[in-house]
Design a protein around this ligand. Sequence first.
Ligand code: 13P
Length: 248
Amino acid sequence: MRPLIVANWKMNNGIKESLSYMEVFKPIVKDCNADIAICPPFSGISELKKSMKGTNIKIGAQNMHHEDNGAFTGEVSPQFLKELGCEYVIIGHSERRKHFNETDEFINKKLISALNYRLIPILCVGEDMAQRKKHETKRFIKKQLVAGLGKIGGADVRNIVIAYEPIWAIGTGNNATPDQAEDVHLHIRDLLSKIYGKSSTANVRILYGGSMKPENSKELMVMPNINGGLVGGASLDPKKFAEICMNV
Ligand code: 13P
């Protein structure tokens, strides 16, 4: 399976910084063996997309509303993302669940809407440390996955990406070990396969996210069910992110 490496810049990098980033990043990754996407803040999507013209780099968004348009002050619709040339959209990141109270039901609406617009949703799931300590990880991931995917069908599941991001590993410098991550990734693949059948889900990419960096990306990505990464902090440095992309 061709790996996918996604940068989630979160609320970092204005337009000027984004463009100088690209000048460093583009030449290093031009022969990369992975699919690459960058998810900048909404304000930078348009300019960044222009700077990617003729490259192997794709653009994505960090969030969207599920409605096409309407009285939702401050929100961005999938239609607008599509108009800007977005191919991916991160859905249900733990920071959105925590700070903006996004529920699995709301996340499912976004997922369906993204699929309707032919955006590739990257559905994020992941447990916190208390849940891990209580051995609740797999049960919790199942709940998030089943509710997040909701009623989408087998044909649609082929077009989504799942990201396993243990909350305790995000921004902490403490990544899950390759074995810990693979254990959950395999669980996710088994669940998908049980719900939708093996043929629809064998090629669904499951990304790992949480303190992924050049020093650990290779050992994580050799695991059979880790098919790429969703990178936060290390993606803010173009050289580090490029190294992760080239290291697949
Ligand atoms: P870090 O790579 O900074 O741990 O963030 C991971 C993340 O949240 C990506 O979505």
